[in-house]
Design a protein around this ligand. Structure first.
Ligand SMILES: *Cc1c(COP(=O)(O)O)cnc(C)c1O
Length: 377
């Protein structure tokens, strides 16, 4: 919306969060982490990723993720450049053997399905779809060797259970907005992959994947097959580099640093139980608030499907959500806009573990204030 059309409304100081970042990625980066990065001076940024300071950081990330997510024995943490979007292409080349099945219930799950669907070396994928605001469940299919789930569909604010649909077949889980903030039993997944700019409060650019022995076996078997894979998309090369605490090519050192800072902070505070409880408490505030207001309602009607990290709230058609978001932005509260392609009169709020509960309360009071000011008498 043009700035001129945004009502000139100033929030009282008491309604302003200390930190007004409520985006779904990039999301709030804790100031303590940024300060620590600055304080590292000349010892880290601007130094070789093949030497100890950076390799130690990669090792801390890999070790910390095992502590946080407690995978069964034998799982390995891989990482590489390009984020979750690149991982879809890498998985299409290096993990799907002949045919994948995709639970499609929003933009992100749709994108992996599209990547697999356009691959000439694969059979057309099986799609199991649900309307926006709900999730489908995977089902066993004889010729499917890879099941693609999305732990938290960030575009709609829907969380799905992570459970193996069949004894055979790899289970790949896009956990980009879930990993580290929603409890999970990794025995139910073979590849649990994510970027670091959401729960891990870092910058974009890297993907991380916790891989089961079965997934590693598949990666190595496809690597040995005649299938051609460019080096930058090779999971075999990513695995070899990761084992050496490196990436195939230069990573963002800042992203590694910020993610490790956030990860170690979450571990100190109590690990996954702490992080999950914090996001759950914040989202409960938002959903309870929406249910108590005549002008708002949670978009996800089934409570079990409501995301604890991404709350999507529909507003009454008489109140333009885009205007509410624009007024909030003017007042330093940013990125509460709905996912564009969903096309609803909606606010979407990221409630990752870095967000303070008190800031969440102030956000809700600020929305009340803006809505009251925008509502014709
Ligand atoms: C943000 C997001 C992505 C995309 O991550 P990139 O790092 O931008 O590639 C993929 N899947 C989900 C569920 C996301 O929330």
């Amino acid at each position: 919306m043009p700035t001129s059309a945004v009502p000139d409304l100033t929030l009282p100081p008491a309604l302003r969060p200390q930190d007004g970042r409520f985006g779904c990625g990039p999301s709030k980066v804790r100031s303590q982490a940024v300060r620590a990065l600055v304080d590292s001076g000349t010892a880290y940024l601007g130094t070789s990723h093949r030497q100890a300071p950076v390799r130690d950081m990669v090792a801390r990330l890999r070790r910390g993720l095992v502590q946080l997510l407690r995978p069964p024995d034998g799982y390995e943490v891989m990482l590489g450049n390009g984020g979750a979007s690149l991982f879809w292409d890498a998985a299409t080349l290096g993990l799907v053997e002949r045919r994948s099945q995709h639970c499609v219930f929003g933009e992100f799950s749709q994108k992996f399905a599209a990547a697999a669907g356009s691959a000439p070396h694969l059979a057309p994928p099986e799609l199991i779809e649900a309307a926006a605001g709900r999730h489908p469940l995977p089902r066993p299919t004889a010729d499917v060797d890879t099941y693609a789930l999305t732990h938290n569909e960030t575009s709609t604010g829907v969380v799905m259970p992570i459970r193996r649909p069949a004894a055979d077949g790899l289970v790949l889980v896009d956990a980009t907005s879930a990993a580290g903030a929603i409890d999970v039993d990794l025995a139910q997944a073979d590849v649990y992959y994510f970027s670091l700019q959401k729960v891990f409060a870092a910058d974009g650019g890297l993907w991380v994947a916790l891989c089961s022995p079965a997934a590693i076996e598949r990666i190595e078997r496809l690597h040995a097959s005649p299938r051609w894979v460019p080096s930058s998309l090779s999971l075999h090369l990513a695995l070899e580099s990761s084992r050496l605490q490196q990436t195939l090519n230069t990573p963002s050192l800042a992203t590694l640093f910020l993610a490790v800072h956030q990860l170690e902070w979450m571990l100190e505070q109590g690990g996954l139980a702490f992080a999950a409880a914090r996001s759950a408490a914040a989202s409960a505030l938002v959903y309870d608030w929406a249910e108590s207001r005549p002008f708002a309602s949670p978009f996800v009607t089934d409570r079990a499907m409501r995301s604890p990290v991404v709350a999507t709230i529909d507003l009454d058609p008489a109140i333009a959500a885009a205007t509410v978001s624009a007024v909030l932005r003017r007042n330093g509260i940013v990125d509460t806009d709905a996912y564009r392609k969903l096309g609803r009169n909606q606010l979407r709020v990221g409630l990752f573990p870095a967000v303070e509960l008190e800031d969440c309360r102030r956000l809700l009071a600020a929305i009340d204030h803006v809505v009251a000011a925008l509502t014709p008498m």
